[in-house]
Design a protein. Structure first.
Length: 328
C-alpha cells in the first residue's frame, strides 16, 4: 500500500516579518553581510524593527516550511516536523499550514514564544535575514523518532539544521530508518561555512538530492564562478545536485548527465525571499510525481518566478490554480 504522505518538511516553523529597507539602513543598523542569514535573539530583532519607519508584512516562513507549503498547494499530501511555540505566531503558523491541506499532527510544541525571522528587502530584491529561532530551537534529538517519518516517501530538510549537528544526525538517521529518500537545502553561505568540515560526508552518506544557490555551492566547493564544476562536484557526492543561478537559470546534474534549465524572466521582481524554497517545491513536486529532471527544473523555475513577484515566501492563494495549470 502506498504511503499516505509524499513529503515531510523538517526545519524551523518560523513566522516572517518582512520590510523594505535601503542599503544605508543595513549599514547603519544591521551587523553582518548583506544578503545572508544570522541567528540573533528576540531583542535584536525588536531593536532593528524599532528603527524602521516602513510598513511590515507577516507570513508563515522557514525554509523547509516554505517548500512544504508549496508542495501541499500543488496537491501532494504533505506533513511537517518542527516545534511551534505558545503564542499567537504559533497559532498563525499552525492554522496557515492546515488551511492549505497540510497535516499538522507531527508538529511539536514548546512553552516559549514561536520562532521569528526579520527579512529586510532592498531595492535590488536581495533579502537580509535575522532570525530568532525561539521554540524551533528547542527541538532536540530526543524529540525525533522514526515514527515521525512513518508513512512518508521523502524528507526535505533545511540546511539551518546544520547549526545543530546532533539534531541533524538524528533526523537523518530516523528518516532513513523509515525508508525515506532525503533532500537537503544548503540554506545560506553562512551555514555552509559553519558546516564545511562535515558537509561532504553528510551528502555522501545520507542525502539523495542537494539544493544550493551559486553562493552556497561556491562556499562549499571554492570553485569561483565555475558553476558546471560545482554541479559536478555536488553530484559526485549524492545522486542529484541542483545549483540555482537566479536570473541565469539552474543546473541539474545526475551522474555524468548535466541539464541546463532556462530561467523564467519576470519584469516586476520585488523580493527574493523564498525563491530557492519554492524552486525546491516545484522540483520536488515534479520528482515525486515521476517527471524527468528537465521537467522538474522547469517546475522549479515556474514557482521561483512566481514568488519573487510578491513580498515574502507565500504565493497568493489565487495564483495556485494558475500555477497548477502551468505544470500540466
Amino acid at each position: 500500500m502506498a504511503n499516505p504522505y509524499k513529503l515531510i518538511g523538517v526545519g524551523s516553523p518560523v513566522v516572517d516579518t518582512l520590510a523594505n529597507v535601503n542599503d544605508d539602513f543595513l549599514v547603519a543598523h544591521v551587523a553582518g553581510a548583506k544578503g545572508g542569514m544570522e541567528l540573533v535573539d528576540a531583542a535584536t530583532i525588536a531593536g532593528i524593527i524599532g528603527k524602521m519607519d516602513t510598513p511590515l508584512v507577516q507570513a508563515p516562513g522557514g525554509s523547509a516550511g516554505n517548500t512544504a507549503v508549496g508542495v501541499a498547494n500543488l496537491g501532494l499530501p504533505t506533513t511537517f516536523l518542527g516545534k511551534l511555540g505558545n503564542d499567537d505566531n504559533a497559532a498563525f503558523y499552525r492554522d496557515s499550514f492546515k488551511a492549505i491541506g497540510g497535516d499538522i499532527a507531527r508538529f511539536k510544541s514548546a512553552d516559549v514564544p514561536n520562532g521569528h525571522c526579520l527579512s529586510m528587502v532592498t531595492h535590488d530584491s536581495q533579502r537580509t535575514m535575522r532570525t530568532d529561532l525561539g521554540a524551533a530551537m528547542t527541538l532536540s534529538p530526543d524529540d525525533v523518532t522514526p515514527e515521525d517519518f512513518a508513512g512518508v516517501d521523502h524528507a526535505h530538510i533545511e540546511g539551518y539544521l546544520l547549526f545543530n549537528r546532533d539534531l541533524l544526525f538524528r533526523v537523518l538517521e530516523c528518516a532513513k530508518l523509515a525508508g525515506c529518500t532525503v533532500s537537503l537545502d544548503l540554506a545560506s553561505f553562512e551555514v555552509v561555512g559553519a558546516a564545511k568540515d562535515i558537509l561532504a560526508d553528510i551528502l555522501r552518506d545520507s542525502v539523495d538530492i542537494v539544493f544550493a544557490n551559486e553562493d552556497e555551492a561556491g562556499a562549499f566547493t571554492d570553485m569561483g564562478d565555475d558553476y558546471m564544476g560545482m554541479a559536478a562536484h555536488l553530484a559526485s557526492l549524492c545522486d542529484i545536485a541542483a545549483v540555482k543561478l537566479g536570473k541565469a537559470g539552474s543546473l541539474i546534474q545526475q551522474g555524468d548527465q548535466l541539464h541546463r534549465i532556462e530561467p523564467l524572466i519576470v519584469n516586476n521582481a520585488i523580493d527574493t525571499t523564498g525563491a530557492g524554497d519554492l524552486w525546491a517545491a516545484g522540483f520536488l513536486y515534479g520528482w515525486l510525481s515521476g517527471k524527468d529532471l528537465p521537467t522538474c527544473g522547469r517546475y522549479g523555475s515556474i514557482l521561483g518566478a512566481e514568488v519573487v513577484q510578491v513580498m515574502g515566501g507565500a504565493i497568493p492563494a489565487d495564483r495556485w490554480e494558475v500555477i497548477r495549470g502551468q505544470l500540466a
